[in-house]
Design a protein around this ligand. Structure first.
Ligand code: N01
Length: 898
C-alpha cells in the first residue's frame, strides 16, 4: 500500500494498542528533530517525533546547570532555513544562556506548530526493520508502537550522560546532581560545601557560578583543559555588520566553511611569523573570545602540525600562569597531555580566576586519584573531603551513546546495530549504515557534527535526507541502503582525514576514550563542513554513489562504489584547480607555459627554513649551469643529493621545486643541490640528460668544497627530473662514474609508450594530463629518439644500477611506467623499494604544505636516502601529521599514530 494511504488511514491512531502509521518517525525534538518536523511536514510526509522529555529542546532541555550557554556565537548558532524566522528572533547576548536558547526552540516549535506532531515523555525502546513490509516498527515506553517507512535518529551527539565510574556513589548521603540532567527546580547551593567532579566544558562553565554561591567548592580535576575567555556581552559588532550586510552570503559562506562559521582559511604558517607577530595574533584571538576563531585563525598549521599547534598551547599556558596567583595551582591547571584543539577546548567566564578565591580548592586527581565516594564525601588516596553536594560534570557517552540507547535496533536479517558497532561505529557519510535500510542519523558518527557549528551541520543533514526522500517518492523507490563498498570506503576516507588533524593524538570523547571499554577511534568527520557538504552533493550528482535503491515497480538501482578515493587534501586542490578553469598548459606555448608556472609558483606557500640556501653555477658543456644548494642546519659535512626538478624537460628551473628540496633537506639531514639543466624546445634531447650527468659529475668532484661528504653522491628527481636521475645512474655506470650511492625517483617518466592503463585511467582530471605528456614528449624528443635509454631508461640495461626508491601515485598517468621501472630494476637484481601512494596525484609530494597527506611519503623518501648514504634512521623536524604529541598516558590511538 502506498505510504500516503497508510498514513491517511492510520495516522490518528496514537494510543492504546494500535500501531501509529507514518511515513517518517523522528526520534528527538531538539534542534535536529524540530527542523526535520518542519521540513517533512512542508514536503508532504506524515510524521511523528518521539521525545523522552516533556518539552522540546533536546540538549538544551536537559543541560540546565548554572552557567550553561552555547559556545558558538549565537548569531551563528541558530536556524537559517527561514529568513523570516531569523528576523523574528533577536538574541540578547553574544553567547546566549541555556534558558534563552530553550525559549528560542520553544518559539520555533510554536511558530511552525510542531508540537502537535511530537509525542512527549515517550522513549523508543526498540526498533526493528520488517523486510516483508519494508517498514520500521518502533516500540515505545508510552503509547502506541510506530510503523514508519523511514526512521530518523535526531538524538544528538551529547545526550547520553555517562555513569561516573566511581565506587560508592550510592553511599553518599548528600545531594547528587549531573550537569547533563540538571533539575528543573532551583538548586540551592548557598552555604553548602560543594564538590564538582570534571573539568570539561560543563565543569568549566558551572564552576565559577557554583563558587559564588557555595560556602566552599572543591574541584576534582583529572585532566586540565584549555579554556578561552568568552568576553560575553552584546553580539560582536563586526560580525553583526557582516551578517546584516549580506545575510544570505554570510550563511552560505558558513555552509562551505571549515567549521560552520564564516571565517577565512589561513595561509600563513607559524614558521613564517616572528615571535611578536604570533603573540599579536594570539592576543587578538584571546580578546575576541571565540573558540573557532582561536582554533583556526592564528596560523595555517595550528591544527595539522604538532609544532605549529604547540606554539598556541604554550601561549595558553602563559595566560594561565598570569591569571592564577598560586604557581602550584596554576601548574595543576595547565594542560600538557594533549595538543590544543585535539580535546574539545572550552569557553569560560572567570574560570581560571575562580581558583584565586579563598573558598575554592583544586584537587589534582593525577596526583591523588579518587578512591571512593563515602556517605560524607569524597576520599582520594591522600585525603578525605566532607561535602554536602556532589556535582558530576563527567560528560557523555558521546556520538554513539544516544543512538545505541535505543536497544536493540535490528536491521536486515535481524542484525543488531550494537553488535555491528561493537568495534566502533561504521557508517556511510555518518548518515546511514549498511544493513539498516531507510535508517538515517542526523549528525551521526562519521559526519562533521561535533567538530562544527552543530546547527549548520544539522540543517545540511536534514535537507540532504528530506531531499532524498522526495526524490525517492518521485521515482518510486521505497528503500535506500548504503553498500558495503561505500561504507568501507568512507571508513578509509575518515582515516585519511584524521591523519590531517591532531585529534588522534589525545584521549577524548571524540575518540571514545572517556568511556571505559568503548571502542576507540576518531568518531567525527575531521575533513571540514564545506568539503563534507560537497561530498554529500557529489553522492547525489553522481547517481547516488554507494547506495542501493529498490521499489515495487521499478528496477533496482545500485551505483556501487566509493565516493572519495583521493586523499582529502588532494581532492581540495583538484577542486580548487577546477574552479580556476585554467587553460590547458599545452595550449600556452612553451614560453606561455613557463610564465604561467612562474606565476603559479609565486603564490605557493614559501618553503621551510633550512640551514643555508646558496645559489651558484657549475661548468656545463656549453656554458655555466645554475644550481641552488640547500644545506641542513646541522654541522656537516653532509651527504649530497643531486636533485632534478620536474616540468617535462620544458618547464621549471633550479628554484621551482624549492619547497620540496627544503623539506627533504630538513628531513634527510642532507645537502640537496637542485640543478638548472637546460630545456626544450631550445635544447632538445639529449641535453637535459647530458646536462644532468655533467652536473652530477662536477658536484661529486667538488663535494668537499660544497660542504658535502666526498666519495659518492645520491641522485633524486621528480617527474622529468626523475627520468633524468634514472638516466644518470645508467650513464654513471657506463661512463666510469661518478659513484652514485642511491636513486630516489618520484613519479618518474621511464618509457615512451602511452598504452599502459594509467595513461587511460588518469588521462584527465588529476593535474598532469595525458595530452600535456604528449606535448612534453613532442617538444623534447623526436619519435626516432624516444627508444634511446637516455630518455626511456626502462629500455636500458638495468643490472648494476644503484639501489633505488621508486615513488608512484595512484592517480597519475605515469603510475604504471614508474611501477614497471621499479619491477624491472628488481628483476635485474637492483635493491629497490617501491612506494605506491594511494589516493595521490603526480604533484602530491612536491606540493609541500598544501598536500599534508604527502608528509608520510616524504618521511619514507628521506629514510631511504639516509639508508642509501649509510646514515642511521632519524626523524627530522617538520613531520607534521605523523609525529605523536607528548602524551602523559599511553593510549591506543596515540600509539597507533606513532
Ligand atoms: O564533558 P567532558 P562535558 N573521575 O567529557 C572528567 C559539549 N558542551 O559535559 O578528561 C574523574 O568534556 C573528565 O576527565 P578526563 C562540548 O562539546 C558544550 O564537560 O576524562 N573525572 C572531564 O574533565 C563538550 O566538550 C557546552 O580525564 C572524570 C570531565 O569529567 C561536551 O559537551 C557546554 C571521571 C568530563 O568532561 C562534553 O562536555 C557543555 C571520573 N570517573 C558541554 N569521568 C557549550 O558551551 C569523567 N571525568 C555549548
Amino acid at each position: 500500500m502506498p505510504d500516503a494511504m497508510v498514513a491517511a488511514s492510520n495516522s490518528q491512531a496514537t494510543s492504546g494498542g494500535t500501531t501509529h502509521q507514518v511515513d517518517v518517525a523522528v526520534v528527538g525534538a531538539g534542534f535536529a528533530g524540530l527542523y526535520l518536523l518542519q521540513r517533512l511536514r512542508k514536503d508532504g510526509f506524515t510524521t511523528v517525533a518521539l521525545e523522552e522529555a516533556d518539552d522540546v529542546g533536546g540538549t538544551w532541555y536537559w543541560n540546565r546547570y548554572p552557567g550553561a550557554r552555547c559556545d558558538i556565537q549565537t548569531i551563528d548558532y541558530c536556524y537559517t532555513f527561514d529568513p523570516e524566522l531569523e528576523s523574528a528572533w533577536k538574541w540578547s547576548e553574544k553567547y546566549a544562556t541555556q534558558p534563552e536558547i530553550l525559549r528560542y526552540l520553544g518559539f520555533v516549535a510554536d511558530r511552525y506548530d510542531l508540537r502537535r506532531d511530537i509525542r512527549f515523555c515517550t522513549k523508543v525502546t526498540a526498533a526493528r526493520w520488517d523486510q516483508a513490509t519494508e517498514r520500521w516498527l518502533l516500540t515505545t515506553d508510552n503509547g502506541a508502537a510506530v510503523s514508519c517507512r523511514y526512521y530518523i535518529m535526531a538524538t544528538g551527539c551529547l545526550s547520553s550522560p555517562k555513569p561516573p565510574e566511581i565506587d560508592g556513589v550510592k553511599d553518599f548521603k548528600g545531594e547528587v546532581y549531573f550537569t547533563g540532567r540538571w533539575p528543573h527546580e532551583e538548586v540551592k547551593l548557598a552555604g553548602k560545601r560543594v564538590a564538582v567532579i570534571g573539568s570539561g566544558s560543563s565543569g568549566i562553565q558551572s564552576i565559577p557560578l557554583i563558587a559564588e554561591q557555595a560556602a566552599h567548592l572543591t574541584v576534582f580535576q583529572r585532566t586540565p583543559n584549555f579554556a578561552l575567555p568568552a568576553h560575553n556581552g552584546a553580539a560582536t559588532a563586526d560580525r553583526v555588520a557582516l551578517l546584516e550586510g549580506d545575510r544570505a552570503g554570510y550563511r552560505e559562506q558558513a555552509r562551505w566553511s571549515g567549521a560552520g562559521v564564516p571565517l577565512p582559511k589561513q595561509t600563513v604558517c607559524s614558521w613564517q611569523l616572528s615571535d611578536p607577530e604570533r603573540r599579536e595574533r594570539f592576543e587578538n584571538a584571546w580578546a575576541i573570545g571565540d573558540l573557532i576563531f582561536m582554533s583556526s585563525q592564528l596560523w595555517a598549521d595550528q591544527r595539522v602540525d604538532v609544532d605549529g599547534d604547540a606554539l598556541v598551547a604554550e601561549l595558553f599556558r602563559e595566560k594561565i600562569r598570569t591569571i592564577v596567583k598560586d604557581p602550584g595551582i596554576a601548574a595543576s591547571l595547565i594542560p600538557y597531555d594533549h595538543p590544543f584543539g585535539a580535546k574539545r577546548p572550552c569557553l569560560d567566564t572567570n574560570y581560571y580566576a575562580t581558583f584565586n578565591r579563598p573558598n575554592v580548592t583544586l584537587v589534582n586527581l593525577r596526583q591523588e586519584p579518587i578512591k571512593s565516594i563515602m556517605a560524607s564525601g569524597i576520599k582520594t588516596d591522600k585525603r578525605t573531603f566532607d561535602v554536602d553536594v556532589i556535582v558530576f560534570a563527567t560528560g557523555f557517552d558521546a556520538m554513539t551513546g544516544a543512538i545505541m540507547a535505543v536497544h536493540p535496533i535490528k536491521g536486515r536479517g535481524g542484525k543488531s546495530l550494537s553488535d555491528i558497532w561493537a568495534n566502533g561505529p561504521q557508517t556511510y557519510l555518518g548518515l546511514t549504515v549498511t544493513g539498516f535500510p531507510n535508517l538515517f542519523m542526523i549528525t551521526g558518527p562519521g559526519s562533521p557534527s561535533v567538530l562544527s557549528n552543530m546547527v549548520v551541520s544539522i540543517e545540511q543533514h536534514v535537507d540532504w535526507v528530506v531531499d532524498r526522500l522526495i526524490a525517492m517518492r518521485e521515482t518510486g523507490f521505497t528503500t535506500l541502503e548504503a553498500t558495503e563498498t561505500a561504507q568501507h570506503g568512507w571508513a578509509r576516507h575518515m582515516a585519511d582525514c584524521s591523519t590531517l588533524t591532531l585529534h588522534r593524538l589525545a584521549n577524548t570523547w571524540y575518540t571514545g576514550a572517556n568511556v571505559p571499554g568503548k571502542a576507540q577511534g576518531v568518531m567525527p568527520y575531521t575533513g571540514g563542513v564545506g568539503p563534507y557538504r560537497s561530498i554529500c552533493n557529489e553522492v547525489v550528482s553522481r547517481g547516488m554513489v554507494g547506495f542501493r535503491l529498490t521499489g515495487p515497480n521499478i528496477a533496482e538501482q545500485c551505483n556501487d562504489g566509493e565516493v572519495v578515493r583521493l586523499q582529502p587534501d588532494v581532492r581540495l586542490v583538484l577542486n580548487m584547480l577546477e574552479e580556476m578553469k585554467l587553460a590547458p598548459i599545452e595550449s600556452l606555448g612553451a614560453q606561455g607555459a613557463r610564465d604561467f608556472v612562474a606565476e603559479f609558483n609565486a603564490d605557493r606557500p614559501a618553503g621551510r627554513p633550512v640551514g643555508e640556501v646558496v645559489d651558484g653555477t657549475l661548468p656545463g658543456t656549453d656554458g655555466p649551469l645554475p644550481y641552488r644548494l640547500y644545506r641542513p642546519a646541522t654541522p656537516g659535512p653532509h651527504p649530497i643529493v643531486v636533485y632534478f626538478h620536474g616540468g617535462g624537460w620544458v618547464l621549471g628551473d633550479q628554484q621551482s621545486d624549492d619547497p620540496y628540496c627544503r623539506d627533504m633537506c630538513r628531513r634527510s639531514g642532507m645537502i640537496f643541490v637542485s640543478i638548472g639543466y637546460r630545456h626544450a624546445p631550445e635544447h632538445r634531447f639529449p641535453t637535459a640528460a647530458e646536462d644532468g650527468y655533467v652536473a652530477t659529475r662536477w658536484i661529486s668532484e667538488h663535494a668537499g668544497e660544497l660542504g658535502g661528504q666526498p666519495g659518492s653522491v645520491l641522485v633524486a628527481g621528480w617527474s622529468a627530473g626523475g627520468n633524468i636521475a634514472a638516466v644518470i645512474c645508467q650513464l654513471a655506470r657506463d661512463r666510469g662514474g661518478p659513484h652514485i650511492a642511491g636513486q630516489l625517483l618520484v613519479c618518474p617518466i621511464t618509457d615512451c609508450t602511452f598504452d599502459r592503463p594509467s595513461y587511460n585511467d588518469n588521462a584527465t582530471g588529476y593535474f598532469l594530463t595525458r595530452s600535456l605528456m604528449y606535448w612534453f614528449w613532442d617538444i623534447y624528443c623526436s619519435p626516432a629518439d624516444r627508444i634511446d635509454p637516455r630518455v626511456s631508461p626502462l629500455r636500458g640495461k638495468l643490472a648494476g644500477l644503484p639501489q633505488a626508491f621508486v615513488v608512484t601515485c595512484e592517480f597519475d598517468p605515469l603510475r604504471d611506467e614508474g611501477i614497471a621501472y621499479g619491477d624491472a630494476l628488481a628483476a635485474a637484481g637492483v635493491p629497490v623499494e617501491q612506494l605506491k601512494a594511494r589516493g595521490h596525484i603526480h604533484s602530491s609530494f612536491t606540493m609541500v604544505d598544501v598536500v599534508i597527506t604527502g608528509v608520510s611519503g616524504r618521511v619514507q623518501m628521506a629514510e631511504a636516502l639516509r639508508r642509501f648514504a649509510g646514515l642511521p634512521p632519524e626523524r627530522k623536524q617538520g613531520d607534521e601529521g605523523v609525529r605523536p604529541a607528548r602524551t602523559a598516558t599511553p593510549h591506543k590511538i596515540a600509539a597507533a599514530a606513532e
